[in-house]
Design a protein around this ligand. Structure first.
Ligand code: GLN
Length: 470
């Protein structure tokens, strides 16, 4: 059976022009695109035998594209046109993919709502009054709405896997080092991963073969050979050893989400998988969010010190070089980013480094040890991706200190702390809105991860699902 990506190899010009037209038609409703890309030149000379030959795709706007504006949805990068492609752009094009748009994101990937994009919020195809989730919200919305079968995102805390849950599609964050980050505008280098969206697990397997592999320009990129992942994707759950992450299930308040998750798990057991429960240290689970914010904000503050109004994008006029930087940064960054820079700078002050940044790194190590021990002897750990459906765009009232927020809404950061592969696939709907199931597996065990997810996809039947918005 051919995968969706393989099926797109015929009628390429028609598919690509339809995808571009659809992206334009839904823009008024979803607001998911920052820049449309003219595919004419790419169509003249694409690799007709590539793994993604003729597939129209979308890139998150933090992916540098030669000659095409790249803003990371931030005011400070307005007008920035890179002179080079990110490694993954070259890989995708070498396999025949055709880029049709750059998608909206939370500013500089810092956020989980896509409400902080310079071009305004992205709307969820399932309910236009709701968020797509973020930070890779534009990419998620376009895949869910049937505009493209594949889109790139990035995942520092859960920015691919959470929007995938809210938009009812597959979102994959592979092992740290599996995909080169060369040419991706960084957020937090020890946590940043390239990730992506598809509408089926089998497409996800094909896509990783395209994206993965060593790149000398990213020193964190792995030498681990890249297998033909699709060969491993049989969907046979018999003998798989899985566990449910009890800490997450225990704090979720939405009964319908729990019921849906439990039903899927019962089916997984019936198919012959062994499923037990694992519980991580509760204090460490509650420490995930503060630990994450410290590390992420400190690293972001350092990484973004180059956005100075001189080298890239927006430049305000002023008397001295220093004043140009102050004026450009003051105008160019949104308020949330500035708050994060204040936290990041504070954590990096010489007198604070030990008790904040370095302490957070130590706590991260303890959390990763917990996860590693829990995974011992298992193939993967399962949990609902979120304890809620996509919130309303207007919704502000979330209790940031409740257990359900701290644990259920932030557990996917375990995959970033550890670098272990983690993915979300749809498991059902609650009130007409999608909800996702998340799995975390051993490093470089993506083939097995896709195999398990394929088994679950066969149970839910939620493959190639599109939510039309027109
Ligand atoms: N919501 C998290 C944050 O704001 C995750 C973002 C991400 O993964 N890029 O940092």
């Amino acid at each position: 059976m051919a995968t969706m990506l393989e099926m797109m190899k015929s009628n390429v010009e028609k598919n690509v022009s339809e995808a571009l037209k659809k992206a334009q038609d839904v823009q008024g409703k979803l607001n998911a695109v920052v820049t449309f890309v003219d595919p004419t030149e790419q169509l003249e000379n694409y690799n007709k035998n590539g793994l993604m030959a003729g597939v129209p795709i979308v890139l998150k706007d933090n992916v540098c594209t030669k000659g095409i504006e790249t803003t990371a949805s931030s005011g400070i990068l307005q007008g920035y046109v890179p002179i080079y492609n990110a490694h993954i752009v070259d890989r995708l094009q070498a396999e025949g993919a055709i880029v049709i748009a750059k998608s909206s994101m939370d500013e500089l990937a810092m956020g989980g709502t896509n409400k902080t994009a310079y071009t305004g919020p992205v709307h969820n195809p399932y309910d236009l009054d709701r968020i797509s989730g973020g930070s890779s919200g534009g990419s998620a919305a376009l895949v869910a709405a049937g505009v493209v079968p594949f889109a790139i995102g990035s995942d520092t805390g859960d920015s691919v896997r959470k929007p995938a849950s809210f938009c009812g599609i597959c979102g994959v964050k592979p092992t740290y080092g599996r995909i080169s980050r060369y040419g991706i505008i960084p957020y937090s280098s020890s946590l940043d991963h390239v990730g992506y969206f598809t509408r089926s697990v089998r497409d996800a397997a094909v896509a990783l073969e395209v994206l993965a592999g060593r790149d000398d320009r990213d020193m964190t990129s792995s030498f681990e050979p890249v297998p033909h992942y699709l060969d491993q994707v049989k969907g046979n759950l018999k003998g798989k050893k899985l566990a449910i992450l009890k800490n997450v299930v225990d704090v979720i308040e939405n009964k319908e989400i729990l019921d849906c998750f439990n039903k899927v798990v019962e089916e997984v057991k019936k198919q012959g998988a062994e499923v037990k429960e694992v519980e991580l240290n509760e204090d460490l689970m509650k420490a995930m969010l503060p630990t994450y914010y410290l590390i992420a904000n400190c690293e972001a503050t350092a990484n973004h010190s180059n956005l100075d109004g001189i080298r890239f994008g927006l430049q305000k006029e002023a008397k001295s070089c220093e004043d140009v930087m102050i004026a450009s940064r003051t105008e160019g960054f949104g308020s949330l980013i500035k708050k994060r820079f204040v936290i990041g700078s504070y954590g990096l002050f010489e007198e604070n480094q030990d008790k904040l940044f370095r302490k957070a790194q130590k706590v991260r190590r303890l959390i990763v040890e917990e996860l590693k021990n829990a995974l011992d002897g298992l193939d993967g750990i399962l949990a609902p991706a979120s304890g809620t459906v996509a919130p309303k765009i207007e919704d502000q009232n979330q209790d940031d200190l409740s257990d359900s927020y701290l644990v259920a809404e932030n557990h996917m950061v375990l995959g970033n702390f550890s670098g272990y592969p983690s993915a979300t696939i749809p498991m059902g709907e609650v009130g007409g809105l999608p909800i996702g199931l998340n799995i975390t597996c051993h490093p470089f065990d993506e083939g097995n991860m896709f195999d398990i997810l394929r088994g679950i996809e066969l149970i839910t039947g939620l493959e190639d699902k599109i939510k039309e918005v027109l």
